[in-house]
Design a protein. Structure first.
Length: 153
């Protein structure tokens, strides 16, 4: 289950059914949790900058943030993985720079965020290799061309 959160004005910019399909593909490869759920929020550079400043002490906009939770919700029967926030403005900028589409960029950022929620990281060389390989395999399987898009930290 995905809880999409975004202003109505963003609706025409997002292929929500495709994002849902790719999320299911990613979850099937990244976690063994039964009935996983997460929220996906699309926001502005200003809002994501505030989250980045408040939670990571980095006072700048970024493309995607993940906030893992990891708890079973008895009301829904879902295992709640956490929250993903994506700056639509940053995604648009990156799509232009890579000569891709906004949808491709959003898909890549969502996959990246889900992998973080599932415990993957790119903080060491070994972790980078594992997460990068997993992300590329998922993107390739859904015909998204943004392979090799994780940046080492």
């Amino acid at each position: 289950m995905i809880d999409f959160i975004y202003p109505p004005s963003y609706e025409s910019k997002i292929d929500r059914p495709r994002l849902e399909k790719i999320a299911k593909t990613t979850l099937s490869k990244a976690t063994e949790e039964q009935n996983p759920a997460f929220s996906l929020r699309f926001t502005t550079n200003q809002a994501i900058r505030a989250f980045n400043r408040d939670y990571r002490e980095v006072d700048e906009a970024t493309d995607v943030l993940s906030f893992p939770s990891g708890f079973y919700d008895p009301e829904t029967g879902c295992f709640y993985l956490g929250d993903i926030i994506i700056s639509l403005q940053m995604a648009q900028k990156q799509a232009r720079e890579s000569k891709s589409t906004l949808q491709n960029e959003l898909e890549m950022l969502m996959v990246h965020g889900i992998l973080h929620l599932c415990g993957y990281d790119h903080d060491t060389s070994a972790n980078y290799q594992t997460m990068s390989t997993m992300q590329d395999e998922i993107l390739n399987s859904v015909n998204n061309p943004l392979i090799g898009s994780i940046h080492a930290q």
